[in-house]
Design a protein around this ligand. Sequence first.
Ligand SMILES: [Cu+2]
Length: 550
Amino acid sequence: MSDLPRRWPVGGQPITSSRALQGLGGWGRTCLTADSASTGAPSSPPPQDWAASQCLPVPANPISGPHPVDANAVAAAEAARPHTGRTVDAALTPQTTDIDLGGIHVRTLAYSNTVPGTTIRANVGDEIAVALTNGLDHETSVHWHGIALRNDMDGAGPASPDIGPGQRFTYRFSVPHAGTYWAHPHVGLDTDYGLYLPVIVDDPNEPGKYGAEWIVVLDDWTDGIGPGPRQILSNLQSGGMGSMGGPGGMGNMPGMGGMGGGSDQSGAPTSSSTSNGVGTSSLLGGDAGDITYPYYLINGRLPTAPTTFTAAPGQRLRIRIINAGADTAFRVALAEHTMTVTHTDGYPITPVAVDALLLGMGERYDVIVTAGDGVFPLVAAAEGKNAYARALLRTGAGSAPDPAFAPRELDGRVGTVATFVAADTVLLPGGRPEVNLAADLGGNMMSYDWTINGRPYDQTQPLTIRHGQRARLTFTNMTMMWHPMHLHGHTFQVVKPDGTPGPRKDTVIVPPMRSLAVDLVADNSGDWMLHCHNAYHQESGMMTRLDYDS
Ligand SMILES: [Cu+2]
């Protein structure tokens, strides 16, 4: 086994590698050498006899290892959730398949044969039972992004095992809160393929006040067209970010410059080109991303062959917007409409009217619009990348404008995390935090290594918390790149710069060279991933955990 432990985190549990941590349940063997032992133990030295041992059996799934998650506490958290007694059954088969993006056919990874996968829908208190059959040639998992579910069904290590090729596993968990969620693997770069689907939880007691609902999933796409995700990561690691636009980098990809035909006619959001082909964004505070993709999709379709949502003029529409991209923030607007934002990452806010919305990877926003009469493009501008994804709203006669059309709303009032405040019904109780947690975000651009608190995930020292504590978690971004930071199993509350409450979220954009604090209540025992939702940053180390001490 080449992944030798290099550090021992608090608790004395050897971290071998993210692959091992996310590996199948069961036992592997870790060989400790004098060298590896001597470089470790900054805070919790391994016992003497560890160094003497050549190879020790260690659990690949440390839930049963030396720092076990408290199974009783996980069960108690599950018992405390609402339960209707109803079960929603679903099946997922991740596999290699052919997908039509709208005239462009790609061979890629998807759930069954569609991108996005089929929506899973339940009511608050229902149990969701998803039978997964892994049709891939490698391990997979399903992470239920944003849902405060039981730790051992989270689809991410160490508490929840990966599923081997050809294996079956049933995810079974209850859903405690209404909202717009989504699901994707938590293995390698697999979110940058077609493996994603919406998960919607309804509250039957919530007055809908809308006549129709439109689920809009945004994505950046390369697989089967440009270099695959693994090749992109290899390019990033070997050349650093600056080489991205050079020979062998993304600059040679078809579609470079964007679907809109380039910046001249696209009128895309404020950006200036950099050497990797990705521009800057004033909303994101600097470089907009690392990768220029050939295409940007809404609900799996190219802007030239968009999906069309049909409604009646004057109808109130709820639009649930999900950013399933890997390296792209989107600025979303519906031409000739104002959007009233009602929810951030599933949780209600005091409604605010905006012209456009900024979504980082993993973020979700729900909006209400009153449909006009005609055909209107819903446009998602790839922030800083001079390209668009789009879909159409049709309520009457007319034809759609050119695919390169950019609604003026994109440059109007743009809602960001700073715009919103949680609804009174979901505000966390006031008071001082009992514990302060810090996540300093770092990186080496040239070697493409990303860290939290100075360490990549395979050397991480998890943050710790005790059940019932109220914590303030402060992200300090010491890099020149923005990071959408996501915590599993919890929905925190953003703290505005003046100390007042912001919205409830599980994924939040942290701009470069800035700090951002969030408050959370430790009410869901387990070991939880805390990471950047840029797939390439995450895979390159920007991940740690929040572990409950039992
Ligand atoms: Cu990041």
